[in-house]
Write a protein that binds this ligand. Structure first.
Ligand code: AMP
Length: 413
């Protein structure tokens, strides 16, 4: 692998979905010295009317460009990303060759890689091998890599797996209590997701507390569109709430989280739904949306405050499931330094954090209501003075983590 001499590198982070390409271009030295140059999204690829949104950040100036047009396929979308990044007016670089490396978010590599890797033909084969376990994401992620290899042939491509951080879980945490052959033959096990976020949060927690990561234990609570939790013991993940797919665990915006599998057979019998319709309903029509009709937590909180009973029930269910997981993860962690809230809901919703903590004083979660109520984008502690466990609110930054790991792979450091 080539070792480059640049201290500062332009890293393009790509998150390719089935009909979208999200990107960020960062000029990066380390976690404290990085500049976001541009970010954007090409969406509704393959649909009659698509859209590109491109933002640039130069000095204090933020500029936004939006266009509505048809993008027939990912190649055309990526071509637009390149022209926007290098455009005389809207661009931030002169030439695609100024991109020194590309980091790709990839859903799953099963048990094959425990860490971020340089993309090789073998890595692409592994991503392909896991299409059946990540049918919505892995094919799109691989397409993103292949298109990016065409447009940035000079730049090393790096794959950052959403499952990798969870590979330290012991078998007692990752195995399901089903015939063992399902694991050995079909690779059925808990993989966990949001790994890039939980890893970033573990590192940020250690830094915030001024402890080495290897001596930091935390419960990381990622509450966004998707929701998951991770128990992190001495810097390593020992358990997480999502499973073989991102459907298991917490109640989410539109996903059910944990449910008795036999319930599916019953409802399929009652409604005539087939298994694909059922899984689709559990992914897209359940969670907050299923219980109260809306999946945006801001609306749920407002409706609950206005006395809408189903919104109140949905909120109580959402909070209760998190409380149960906090209890479970406290039981498996011999020592706990911090409970950490992150992502859209975790960072921004003081009422949700308050509800989660209010019944857990006996477990050492003593929230300071005044500190919790202050809106801020900065990392902060919101527990009462002298409380045994820190309660932190830390912004996650998966793209930055991907860029940092991409730079580490490229420079060999
Ligand atoms: P993410 O996936 O991390 O971007 O989180 C997106 C979700 O965060 C949205 O669906 C909203 O429900 C939620 N969210 C964002 N801001 C707030 C807020 N101020 N209060 C409650 N929820 C919020």
């Amino acid at each position: 692998m080539a070792c480059y001499e640049w201290r500062i590198m332009n890293i393009l982070v790509i998150n390719a979905g089935s009909s979208s390409i999200k990107y960020q271009l960062m000029d990066i030295e380390d976690v404290h010295h990085c500049a976001l140059l541009a970010s954007g999204l090409v969406e509704k690829i393959g649909e009659p009317s698509g859209r590109a949104i491109h933002k640039t950040f130069v000095g204090d100036q933020e500029r936004k460009f939006t266009e509505e047009r048809h993008f027939s396929e990912h190649r055309e979308g990526m071509s637009r990303v390149v022209t926007l990044l290098t455009d005389k007016k809207m661009g931030v670089i002169h030439d695609a060759a100024e991109i020194h490396g590309v980091g790709h978010r990839v859903l799953s590599c099963g048990e094959v890689y425990r860490d971020t890797v340089l993309v090789t033909p073998q890595v692409k084969d592994t991503i392909r091998e896991f299409f059946p376990l990540g049918p919505l994401h892995n094919p799109a992620n691989l397409l993103g890599i292949e298109v990016s290899q065409e447009f940035f042939p000079h730049a090393p491509q790096v794959a950052v797996f959403d499952t990798a951080f969870h590979q330290t879980m012991p078998p007692k945490a990752f195995l399901y209590a089903v015939p063992y052959e399902w694991y050995t033959k079909y690779r059925l096990r808990r993989y966990g997701f949001h790994g890039t976020s939980h890893k970033f949060i573990a590192q940020e927690t250690a830094e915030f507390l001024g402890r080495p990561l290897a001596e930091t234990s935390l419960i990381s609570i990622h509450l966004g569109n998707g929701c998951s939790m991770a128990a992190v013991r001495n810097g390593q993940c020992v358990d997480t709430s999502m499973g073989v797919t991102p459907l298991e665990g917490l109640m989410m915006g539109t996903r059910s989280g944990d449910i008795d599998p036999a319930a599916l057979e019953y409802i399929m019998g009652q409604t005539g739904m087939d298994i694909h319709q059922m899984v689709d309903a559990l992914n897209k029509q359940s969670g907050l949306k299923g219980v109260c009709g809306v999946n945006d937590m801001r609306e749920v909180v407002e409706s609950a405050a206005a006395g809408q009973p189903q919104a109140e029930t949905a909120l109580e269910m959402f909070v209760y499931r998190i409380q149960k997981y906090i209890g479970a993860y406290m039981a498996v962690l011999p020592r706990l330094d911090a409970v950490v809230f992150t992502a859209g809901i975790g960072q921004n919703s003081a009422p949700v954090r308050a509800r989660i903590c209010q019944d857990l004083v006996h477990l050492g979660l003593c929230l300071d209501d005044a500190k919790n109520a202050v809106p801020a984008n900065e990392p902060r502690a919101i527990q009462k003075a002298g409380a045994p466990i820190q309660i932190l609110v830390l912004p996650t930054n998966e793209e930055l983590q991907i860029a940092l790991e991409t730079k580490q792979i490229i420079t060999g450091r």
